[in-house]
Design a protein around this ligand. Structure first.
Ligand SMILES: Cc1cc2nc3c(=O)[nH]c(=O)nc-3n(C[C@H](O)[C@H](O)[C@H](O)COP(=O)(O)O)c2cc1C
Length: 298
């Protein structure tokens, strides 16, 4: 087992199991010990959910840790046989080649024993607008039929909805739920993990009450032309996203503890063709921080 694979948490009962395994074949006394094994293993057997994730540069791993702790879930980090190169540009080239050829990368731990889990929290970075290629490898090797699959992701600007929609399409026999996503900028900022923890808790509340994306949009006002204040909020929140070529056309708001803004924009990402995009921005209550770009969804 590789070092990283050891991160697969199977509670302290595994250590107990390993101790008993080591006693195998050592006479009656060891047999008696083996007899008590099922009881000793109970915490493992009762774990019903697992967090399966891939992370290249650590942001999704931070989020996966939050899901593991929040749900007392087991965790499995997917490992590529040949990891992506260390630079961003060469990773872009490698992912593009995989997507063009649909040759998904080999995983060290492709086939997982998921039989005991009824819920799989599936975590990934967004690459090229949807989940990263190792997730296709995972889906090809495992059967998620009948399981609840809860997607979560980190991204530069967005891809939460598109990736969840693709997952639903590829896994029609699974119950793919509402997805959670956060920008790498927000989770890696000072206090970002605490912020993500709070959001994940409210995400669970939304999940448990059966909320859909459409329902979450329910509290927004009608779209209206931008006032000077809206433009200022947009400019501040998107200052780091010049490469998306965003031009806000209209806005609606939703009052929460702070204000959510939904800007309908024209987007020319990397100088490409104009498409429509919805840009979500959160402005905290006065004195509680600057407006933040939450997501860009086409
Ligand atoms: C090859 C590649 C493609 C990416 N494509 C997108 C994208 O289409 N949209 C986006 O918002 N972020 C994109 N990103 C940014 C990643 O989603 C983001 O950095 C993520 O948080 C990385 O997660 P990790 O640290 O767990 O690997 C891309 C990153 C890479 C390396």
């Amino acid at each position: 087992m590789s070092c990283k694979l050891k991160w697969v948490l199977v509670a302290s009962a595994v250590a107990v199991a390993a101790m008993f395994t080591a006693c195998d074949g050592q006479g009656d006394q060891s047999k008696k010990r083996v007899d008590v094994l099922p009881e000793a293993q109970e915490p493992v057997a009762s774990a019903k959910s697992v967090v399966v994730f891939y992370s290249q540069t650590g942001s999704t791993k931070k989020l996966a840790d939050i899901f593991v702790a929040a749900r007392g879930a087991d965790a499995i980090e997917l490992q590529m046989v040949q990891p992506y190169p260390s630079t961003y540009d060469s990773t872009i080239a490698a992912v593009r080649a995989q997507r063009d050829s649909k040759q998904w990368p080999a995983l060290v731990n492709a086939k997982l024993d998921l039989a005991k889990y009824d819920t799989v929290f599936l975590g990934f970075p967004i690459m090229f607008g949807t989940f990263t290629p190792p997730i296709y490898s995972f889906l090809d090797s495992n059967d998620l039929s009948g399981k609840v699959v809860v997607p979560f992701c980190t991204y530069g600007s967005g891809g939460r909805k598109a990736s969840a929609a693709e997952l639903k399409e590829l896994e029609p026999q699974a119950n793919v739920t509402l997805a959670y996503g956060i920008t790498n900028k927000r989770i890696n900022a000072e206090g970002g993990v605490e912020k993500a923890k709070a959001e994940v808790e409210s995400f669970f509340a939304d999940l448990e009450s059966g909320k859909t994306d459409e329902m979450l949009m329910g509290g927004f006002s009608e779209q209206r032309p931008l006032a000077a204040e809206d433009s200022a909020v947009f400019a501040e929140a998107t200052a780091d996203y010049g490469y998306l070529g965003l031009k806000p056309l209209s806005v609606s708001t939703q009052v929460v503890a702070g204000t959510n803004f939904l800007f309908v924009c024209e987007m020319k990402a990397f100088g490409g063709p104009a498409v429509q995009a919805n840009v979500k921005v959160f402005r905290p209550l006065p004195g509680q921080g600057a407006p933040e770009m939450i997501s860009v969804e086409k």
